[in-house]
Ligand binder design. Structure first.
Ligand SMILES: [Zn+2]
Ligand SMILES: [Zn+2]
Length: 205
C-alpha cells in the first residue's frame, strides 16, 4: 500500500489511532514502552509514536541508510523536507537552531516552529555531507503554517533568530520567499541569504 496519498504527516499528529486511515498502519508491528507505543512499518520506512491514550504524537520517516528500515518513499513531509538533504545544507535551508546535539553522539537538529527533528548518521559538526537517518515529524509550535498560507498576519511560535539564536519577541523579519526562516534583524537575514538562497524552498511548498 502506498503512503503517497497522505497529504501531510503533520496533519495526522494529534489524531487517535481509531481515526487514522487503515492503509497507513497496514503491516505494522507494535512495540510498547511505559509511556508510548510504537507502530513500525519497516518495509515502508515509517513508524508512528502513540501516547498512552492512543493519540498519535509523532511520525518517523527513515532514509534507509540504517537497517532495518527501508527508505520512506511516500509524501507528506513538512516544509519542503527531503530525506537526501545533507549536513550543512539543512542549516542553509532552515537556519541554525539551539535545539541540537552532536559531537559525542550523532548530530540531531530540531526546529520546533516547523515541527520536525532530524537525526544524522555521523557525530561531527564539520561533516558537510552528513546524511539523514531519520526525521521525527510533529505538530509545530505556533502558527508558521497559517502565516505561510497568508491566513495569519502575525507569526507566533518562532523563538529565536535562525542565525545568531538571539530570542525573538515578534517574528517580523523572515525569508519572504519560503517564510520558514525567521531572523532578529535585517543584518542576520542578509548574512544567511548567501547560504539560504539556493536552498530556499519558496514556491516549491
Ligand atoms: Zn540574529
Ligand atoms: Zn527562504
Amino acid at each position: 500500500m502506498e503512503t503517497a496519498t497522505i497529504t501531510d504527516l503533520q496533519e495526522l499528529c494529534g489524531k487517535s489511532l481509531d481515526s487514522l486511515p487503515a492503509p497507513l498502519l497496514a503491516g505494522s508491528s507494535v512495540k510498547s514502552f511505559p509511556d508510548a507505543t510504537f507502530r513500525f512499518v519497516l518495509a515502508r520506512g515509517i513508524s508512528f509514536e502513540f501516547s498512552e491514550s492512543n493519540v498519535l504524537r509523532s511520525v518517523h520517516c527513515y532514509s534507509g541508510v540504517e537497517k532495518p528500515f527501508a527508505r520512506y518513499k511516500g509524501g507528506g513531509l513538512p516544509a519542503g523536507l527531503t530525506l537526501g538533504l545533507k549536513g550543512w545544507a539543512v542549516v542553509g535551508r532552515y537556519g541554525d537552531t539551539s535545539k541540537k546535539g552532536g559531537g559525542k553522539i550523532p548530530v540531531w537538529l530540531e526546529y520546533p516552529h516547523l515541527g520536525f527533528q532530524l537525526s544524522f548518521q555521523g557525530s561531527s559538526w564539520e561533516d558537510q555531507n552528513n546524511v539523514i537517518v531519520s526525521m521525527c515529524i510533529f505538530i509545530p509550535e505556533g502558527n508558521v503554517k497559517d502565516f505561510r498560507r497568508g491566513a495569519a498576519k502575525e507569526c507566533f511560535g518562532v523563538r529565536e533568530c535562525s542565525v545568531c539564536l538571539k530570542p525573538i519577541k515578534e517574528a517580523k523579519v523572515f525569508c519572504p520567499s519560503c517564510k520558514l526562516v525567521f531572523y532578529c534583524s535585517e543584518e542576520c537575514r542578509s548574512q544567511h541569504a548567501k547560504s539560504h538562497g539556493k536552498l530556499c524552498v519558496g514556491g516549491a511548498v
